[in-house]
Design a protein around this ligand. Structure first.
Ligand code: SAM
Length: 244
């Protein structure tokens, strides 16, 4: 994370034209040079695994997606925001094959890692948006989502950067609209001040707090990111909210 917005409109791989966004994105969009295998996952696999009609290029009018066409089936629709390397997302897609899961992540190396996991464990009920969740909210019809995961969002520790955190109204208001009544919104973080802001901001957007626990959900899958936090002695908060 740096102070300068990155330019997601310069994707390091042609398959990532979907990253184009008109928004400032302050997180990382690419890290270490992709390994040849990862480049091939992006070239060969992403076309079939990508949710269409989200990018500005593909949908300049920002028309609402036809979810029944985009995600065939009639199972509940879940979203994982910022799936990182995809470990939790792939675990959930495999554990709940009737659920239709969307994962979004603008960090190219994370998308490539997730595609690597999916080579070994194909999940026909999963589609990826390799970009910013806000672009997805623009085109998602109201009352679409049954469950949403926000696991270890970027902490932005400096006070002057707290407004960049995901748990701000710019993100939460469209997320709330995209959720069905009764939808569950799960947030995990290892940063006490992030938990404080979550407990303040998420209810302001309309969600009700169900629980703020130090014990993970029964179907939780601990990612490398969480393992590092635990090794470094931080205590996770597992917060559950519901749309009334
Ligand atoms: C700290 S990492 C955690 C990754 C993963 N959820 C885990 O628990 O291992 C946070 C991730 O959120 C992603 N992210 C940040 N802002 C986002 C946004 N607006 N839309 C989607 N993902 C975002 C980042 O690219 C990053 O990969």
């Amino acid at each position: 994370m740096s102070d300068q917005p990155k330019k997601p409109d310069l994707p390091p791989h042609p398959a990532l034209a979907a990253l184009r966004t008109h928004r400032n994105f302050y997180g990382r969009v690419h890290g270490k040079t992709l390994r040849p295998a990862q480049r091939s996952y992006l070239s060969e696999d992403l076309t079939d695994l990508r949710l269409r009609g989200v990018s500005i290029d593909e949908n300049p009018e920002r028309s609402p997606l036809d979810m029944a066409q985009a995600l065939p089936g009639d199972g509940p629709i879940w979203l994982e925001i910022g799936f990182g390397g995809g470990e939790h997302m792939v675990h959930m897609a495999a554990a709940y094959p009737k659920v239709r899961l969307i994962g979004c992540e603008p960090f190219v190396n994370g998308v490539a890692m997730a595609l690597g996991l999916l080579r070994n464990r194909p999940c026909p009920n999963l589609l990826l948006h390799p970009g910013d969740a806000r672009d997805l909210f623009d085109v998602m019809p109201d009352a679409t989502l049954d469950k949403v995961f926000l696991n270890y969002p970027d902490p932005w520790p400096k006070a002057r950067h707290h407004r960049r955190r995901f748990v701000t109204q710019d993100h939460l208001v469209p997320l709330f609209a995209a959720c069905k009544p009764g939808a569950e919104f799960r947030v995990a973080t290892d940063i006490a001040d992030y938990a404080r802001q979550t407990l303040e901001e998420v209810p302001l957007a309309g969600f009700e707090l169900v629980s703020d626990s130090r014990t993970a959900w029964a179907d939780w899958f601990s990612t490398r990111y969480e393992q590092k936090a635990l090794r470094e002695g931080r205590t996770p908060h597992y917060m559950t909210f519901r749309k009334p």
